[in-house]
Design a protein around this ligand. Structure first.
Ligand SMILES: [Zn+2]
Length: 293
């Protein structure tokens, strides 16, 4: 590997990560004949051993010819489903990371909504318990300032009108549902979910900035940085709203990075017989003595 190739290697090999989690993706395990035209993904050496190329990470995996083949040869390329590679694969991981973040939001918001609604329904009982608890600790010598601070704040909750509590509970539940919709859509890689997440996250940034204006806190800064990172990533990397060529450019990028041309390019780069392709493909092993019948 040249120093130039080493320099261009990505920090994370998403293809290797995906293969380690899901196994290699190879084809042609059941074919009777290996043709010269199959050499991009399937080869047979002089000993009869077959070499299957992983369609994702480019590793060549040896395998004996099948005892009872069920197909004559590989199907046409348009009938072989290619796994994601390159940037589209990286994007899938990033989107799923954002989806997991949304799941955490859903759990937090859901619990909060449930707590508010339960509080609203059982306010009388809880108010009695709260008053009894305050009296109890004060009777045992603990001095509590019930007129200020968090104690006064909790006491004030019991004076909140039920209609307000209901509105807050329903609002939290609705927001949790929105986040859940984002999480599902992002996990499945849907374009609409990227737009929805962009809009919802951008709206969140406004109160977060206002909150920081009244007082800077590490948590507030971290949340704002995370949300800004999500917004910028969606806008630029996912080319939302027509930016950097929009959905059409993204589809072209996906085809270039994950389609058959990408497999040809990375093999050509690995064997040094073609134009420069993706740098990480240079690590692909080669069949030493391929034989084409
Ligand atoms: Zn693989």
């Amino acid at each position: 590997m040249t120093s130039d190739q080493r320099r261009r290697l990505p920090l994370i090999r998403w293809d290797l990560l995906d293969c380690s989690l899901q196994g290699h993706r190879t084809v042609g395990h059941d074919v009777a004949v290996v043709r010269a035209d199959d050499a991009l993904v399937l080869r047979e050496d002089a000993t009869g051993l077959r070499w299957h190329r992983c369609l994702r990470c480019d590793a060549w995996l040896p395998r004996a010819a099948p005892d009872g083949p069920t197909a004559e040869h590989l199907p046409p390329r348009d009938q072989i489903e290619l796994p994601l590679r390159g940037r589209p694969l990286r994007d899938r991981y990033v989107l799923r990371l954002i989806a997991l973040d949304r799941v955490v939001h859903v759990l937090g918001l859901g619990l909060l909504a449930a707590a508010v609604l339960v509080f609203s329904n059982s306010r009388g009982t809880l108010d009695r318990w709260w008053t009894w608890g305050l009296d109890f600790v004060q009777q045992h010598g603990v001095v509590i300032d019930t007129a200020h601070g968090s104690t006064a704040q909790v006491t004030g909750w019991f004076d909140t009108p039920s209609s307000h509590l209901l509105l807050i509970g329903v609002g939290l539940a609705a927001y949790a549902a929105l986040e859940a919709t984002e999480a599902v859509g992002l996990w499945l890689g849907r374009r609409w979910a990227e737009h929805l997440t962009f809009v919802a996250t951008s709206l969140l940034v406004v109160p977060e900035v206002a909150d920081l204006a009244s007082g800077v806190s590490p948590t507030g800064l971290t949340l704002l940085a995370l949300n800004l990172a999500v917004v910028v990533y969606l806008l630029l990397a996912k080319r939302l709203f027509g930016l950097r060529g929009g959905g059409r450019a993204e589809a072209a990028e996906r085809e270039a990075d994950s389609g058959w041309p990408a497999l040809e390019r990375s093999l050509a780069t690995a064997t040094g017989t073609g134009p420069t392709g993706r740098a990480d493909a240079a690590a692909a092993p080669q069949v030493s003595t391929p034989h084409y019948p």
